[in-house]
Ligand binder design. Sequence first.
Ligand code: MN
Length: 386
Amino acid sequence: MTDFGRTVLPYGSFVRPGETRARVGVGVGAAVLDLTAAAGDIVPEHAALFAGGTLDALLGAGPDVWHDVRAALLAWAEEADASTLEPAADVDLVLPFTVADYVDFYASEHHATNVGRIFRPDGDALTPNWKHLPIGYHGRAGTVVPSGTPVRRPQGQARRPDGTIGFGPSERLDIEAEIGFIVGTPSRLGDPVPVEDFDRHVFGICVVNDWSARDIQAWEYVPLGPFLGKSFATSVSPWVVPLAALDGARVDPPARDPEPLPYLRDAEPWALDLELIVSINGTAVSRAPFAGMYWTGAQMLAHLTVNGASLRTGDLFASGTVSGPEPDQRGSLLEMSWNGTQPLELADGTSRAFLLDGDHVTIAATARLADGSRLALGEVHGEVTA
Ligand code: MN
């Protein structure tokens, strides 16, 4: 279990053994505060928001309420007696909010360049549009699952090495280490959300594993993009870290060339100095830096709504695979094994090009503050089943 300290104060939803009713929890150290029970004492004016047991009502309440609740929790946590909390390991963490729409971006220049080199070795690594807009696709909200949900290897069509079309279990099952942004405040149909309104609409972040079947994806994605190679499961961490907890991790984004259109220009810096640590069966195989992502969450949100598409409470948009410039900073096995040609060595002496049945994948995130200290932001894990 992650030790969140007493300033991150992430929100989640949990069920106690023997109970069926979900409760809203707050991560305090390595323990859980039952906010559904304690809200009457800690934030009496907003206690009704936590009665439903999920974050849905809090998400929809908007930034002024988010601020009030967090301020009350921070004051409470300073004095809190840890003996009144329950160990997080003793409860079952469930999906913390109702996922409305799900969008996945492709915002790491290093990831996009690596994928371009692997799949289009004779062409330009980046497509001509890549530096003009954050590329994304609409995914499947109904298959977003909480951390710990087993992921069954998907079946589908794929082109075999001999050129024939086969059907069967994916032979190239992969992960994508990503950060997800969770929308709280909705918007009106027809009204774009500008970059400067990012933190009035986005409540917080989670860690995402966008499981991907590369063989299914490679055969289906031209011309309309990812479909069944992605839609079978997307895992999210059970704890949602409020954006307000990440103030100290905000940094300047990388230089953009060419300068983006006015609606995508940074109003204030929303790059975040986070690190995603990917482990397979206990071996850390990558440490991917988030700070260098070409497009920020604020730009993704502005682009997602620039055509007038409206936001709903519970919308989730993910960053795309986070990869840095170094070989040990890549957020997918596709890149780590260079499409299977350079398998990774694990601590148990086995090697991996793509995932095998029984493999256990964990992606853990931390934030680095200006003083060099780190905040734990939680993790998402899952095991592959046949
Ligand atoms: Mn993805």
